[in-house]
Design a protein around this ligand. Structure first.
Ligand SMILES: NC(=O)c1ccc[n+]([C@@H]2O[C@H](COP(=O)([O-])OP(=O)(O)OC[C@H]3O[C@@H](n4cnc5c(N)ncnc54)[C@H](OP(=O)(O)O)[C@@H]3O)[C@@H](O)[C@H]2O)c1
Length: 316
């Protein structure tokens, strides 16, 4: 049995609640873990709102928030290879089991051993945010020296995308609100504040002929505004909005296998990738953590530290 934070019906924050739940029994392809850290993502509140109910299939309520975590393996399903009881691992809980909980199950194929030297909270940001960044930049397949625009550079995926792009020798321009400038520039992006004048004009002032590729992390009207900045429509990849196809671009093709997880982890261990965790909350304050992300204007990454007792510690 462990404490979990989730919801018993689709809706706004008012449907959120804490409850005790029995430790999930791992399916043959899953591992049961004691969670040490969980990443907070926009997907979490989107699932609670019911806008993507298909994502977890017909999962019964209550559902638990969270899709990515680090933890210690307590039990291993019969079909899982390469993971053992006692390993510290990080991965995805796409079965709807959630990760804002003391224990959960992860999908074995989407879970990897955490390398020595990698912090648990950093590892917990890899399965959703960091692999999205890797997948999006890989999909653009731009040559070194090309210029990529990252729309929404200051959030959990954006700052990592900028670093991955810089690693691949790309020039980076990033859009964001005023508070995102310092970190965007710290990761090597030329920053365009979308609240300060016409964002398209301001990007064109930097690159009159437009950009070679665009990674969109915002979607909607913002995506439609900036998409024409890409010289080729096919070089627009959105992580946030499938209607990018209407513009000639592509939705990111997600892959969260062990190779991707290990690649991102290696970059972090080597000091070449920082998830920029700007908010760490104990489980008791998970609602605050989620509200920060639900604001739509988070800076960097938000995580829940399950090693902290109820109410212990403040957001950092
Ligand atoms: N398909 C997948 O597997 C997958 C995986 C991860 C994430 N996603 C999706 O990708 C999106 C981004 O995720 P995330 O974790 O990075 O979210 P996040 O941490 O909330 O960051 C989003 C960022 O966009 C900025 N933003 C909002 N409006 C903007 C605008 N008009 N122009 C430029 N920037 C703007 C926000 O702050 P400011 O406005 O203050 O700059 C914020 O920093 C979400 O929709 C998420 O659901 C999808």
């Amino acid at each position: 049995m462990s404490e979990a934070f989730g919801f018993r019906a689709f809706g706004g924050p008012q449907v959120q609640e804490f409850f005790d739940r029995p430790d999930p029994v791992p399916e043959p392809a899953e591992v049961l873990i004691r969670v040490t850290a969980a990443g907070v993502n926009p997907l979490d509140h989107k699932l609670r709102s019911g806008v993507v109910p298909h994502f977890y299939g017909e999962r019964p309520f209550p559902q638990v928030f969270g899709a990515e975590a680090t933890g210690v393996v307590l039990a291993v399903g019969a079909e899982v290879e390469g993971l053992d009881v006692g390993d510290t691992v990080f991965g995805c809980a796409i079965t709807g089991a959630g990760t804002y909980a003391g224990t959960t199950v992860l999908v074995g194929a989407n879970t990897a051993r955490k390398p020595a030297g990698l912090r648990d909270d950093w590892a917990a940001t890899i399965p959703v945010a960091a692999t999205s960044a890797l997948n999006a930049v890989d999909q653009l397949d731009l040559p070194r020296g090309a210029t990529v625009l990252i729309n929404g550079v200051g959030g959990g995926v954006g700052l990592v995308t900028a670093q991955v792009a810089r690693e691949q020798g790309l020039n980076v321009i990033g859009t964001g609100g005023t508070a995102k400038r310092t970190l965007a520039e710290a990761v090597g992006a030329r920053f365009v504040d979308y609240t300060d004048g016409d964002v398209v004009d301001r990007v064109r002032a930097l690159v009159p002929d437009g950009v070679d590729g665009l990674v969109d992390l915002v979607g909607g009207a913002s995506l439609r505004t900036v998409a024409p900045l890409a010289r080729e429509p096919g070089k627009v990849v959105s992580v946030a909005d499938a209607t990018v196809a209407e513009l000639g671009g592509e939705m990111v093709r997600r892959r969260v296998d062990r190779a991707d997880l290990e690649r991102a982890a290696a970059l972090m261990v080597e000091g070449r990738l920082d998830p920029y965790i700007v908010g760490t909350y104990p489980l008791a304050r998970a609602a605050e953590a989620l509200a920060l992300v639900e604001s739509g204007h988070a800076l960097g990454k938000v995580v829940i530290d399950l090693t902290r007792g109820p109410g212990v510690g403040a957001a950092e």
